[in-house]
Each structure stands twice: as structure tokens, then as C-alpha cells.
Design a protein around this ligand. Sequence first.
Ligand code: PHE
Length: 340
Amino acid sequence: MREKLEALKREALDRISAAGDLNLVNEIRVMYLGKKGELTGILRGMGSLSPEERPVIGQLANEVRESIENGLNSKTAALKEAEKYEKLDRETIDVTLPGRTFNVGRRHPLTQVMNEIKEIFLGLGFEIADGPEVELDYYNFEALNFPADHPARDMQDSFYIGDGVLLRTHTSSVQPRVMEKKAPAIPVKAIGLGKVYRRDDDATHSPMFHQVEGFMIDKKISFSDLKGVLLIVFRQMFGEDRQIRLRPSFFPFTEPSAEVDVSCIICNGEGCRTCSNTGWLEILGAGMIHPNVLKMSGYDPEQVTGFAFGMGIERVVMLKYGIDDLRLYFDNDKRFLAQF
Ligand code: PHE
């Protein structure tokens, strides 16, 4: 029995030292130490030994088991270590290769400026309202005091989708939508931003562009409130020394109406190419909400008044960044977009 054990130990240790991978080491473990393994088999035969022999052989068997186990463990560790180095070898990084660049996206300049505008108005206590781009003729024209054959409709040469349905030509359609929902509650302070559509297409006009509409309805709202709000907004957008000026204008849904100019953000009013040497940039249309508009959407023009304004976003962004062709916004050329 003693010889058997010694032979078993030698054989096992030889196999272990020859084993070249972890699977083989595991197989050897099962072969010798497993439930049906060879060592276990020998130990089962111990019952036939004499009482004097038994402890001696038992001790030897334990030693054999221990040295096989040690052999297996150190082989496993060695193989694992070797594997690590092989892996490192395989993964060697060539530090002389140029790095991989990641394309990090960013917000479109129009979106950036719209977000800025939202922040400014939220700070002034306005809420952000919404309206559909596919709009009813009623909200785009009728409710804004453009009757069916009003000539002012021509200036917004429009995309009609069906009878009484069109792509909205301005964000002013948000006004009657909000009023209708809120009337007769006051105050109303809201802005609406988004896409609008007109049949125009050249370097300064695109068939789709963006506007922000703002309006406020309460008791005793006057032109000076309009001026005050716009002044605050332009100073936050373009710098603290902006001035504004109002010139008389016409819109069917405001009375009186005004074009609002801001002192040129490039030359600070001195006169330059951007402002055609006038010192002023024409930037939005505005006015006091027409009594008919208030009435149609459920407000009593004897009780409340309101102002409204509408501004093109593309133009603001062009001025802010000195962009000279509107079509750049929509070409989706990454070289252009990456600059903002
Ligand atoms: N909706 C007008 C336009 O698109 C702008 C405007 C809005 C004018 C609100 C007055 C009041 O040109």
C-alpha cells in the first residue's frame, strides 16, 4: 500500500508539472482527488489493513493528498499568472498611434438661443405655451383679426394643407389658443416658441423658420410695459447698454402696432455694415393686442388690455454670431455647427 501511494504521488506530480492549461489541471484534480478518484479508491481499501498499519498508512495518505493539492494549487496560480502576461502582451498599446477622436454633439445654435430666451422669460414670470405647427386657419388668421379676404394674409404667403388647415405662418396663433383656455382669468404672461412656415426662400428667408411670441394681459397693461419688458430682454440677450426704439407699424391683431429696433450689437449704435449705417437693427413686431382679438378669445377689452410681440429667432442668432447666410442653419454641415 505504501508503494502504491508513493507511486500515485509521483505520477500525479509528474502529470501536474506537465499540464499546460487550467482545464487539464482540473481534470487531474478530479482524477486523483475526486470522489471516484484514485486516492479515494486506495483509502477505501484501508479497511483490510491491520490496526498497527492503519494510522501509518493514513498519515501517509494525508501527506500524499496534501502534496498533490499543493502541486495543483501552485500550478493553477502559475498558469493564471502566465495568462495575465499573455493577455497584456496581446493588448499592448502602440502609444505612437494617433488618438481616436470622439464626436461630441452639441445643441444647434437656434436651440441654444431659444433656450436662452426661455430662461430670460421664465425669470420674468412668463410661462411657456405651445401650439401646433399644423394649425387651423381660425387660430392663424381669423382669431387674430384677419378676416378671410384680408390683404395682410398675402404677406404671409402660406402652405395650405386642406380646407381651413395650414402650416402656421407665425407664432401669433399661440395667443388665441392660450387666451381661449385661460379667459377670463388674469394675468396672462406667456411665450410660445417654435417653427413657422412661409413660401419664401433666399439668403435671408427660409420657408421654415423660428419665432418667439410673447404676450401679457392684465388690467392696465400699456405700451410702457411692452417697452420695459423688451428692454430687459434685449439687455439680457445682447448686453446692458442696449437701447430700443419703436416705430409705428401695422398688424391686424395689434393696435397700435410698432416695429421695434435695438441699438446695433456690432457697432453699439455708431453705424456699421450690419446695421446699414443706421445704428439700429430691426428686430421684432409688436403692439397692444387688438380689442377684437381679446373679445374673440373671451376677454373684455373694457376690463383688460395686453401687449404682444413676435420675433424671428434666425435673425437674432445671425446678429449674435455674425452669420451672413440663413441657409447655413439647415445644411447640417458639422463644420458650421461645431462653431457654437
Ligand atoms: N406675427 C407677426 C409676424 O410674424 C409679429 C407680431 C407678433 C407682431 C405679435 C405684433 C405682435 O410678423
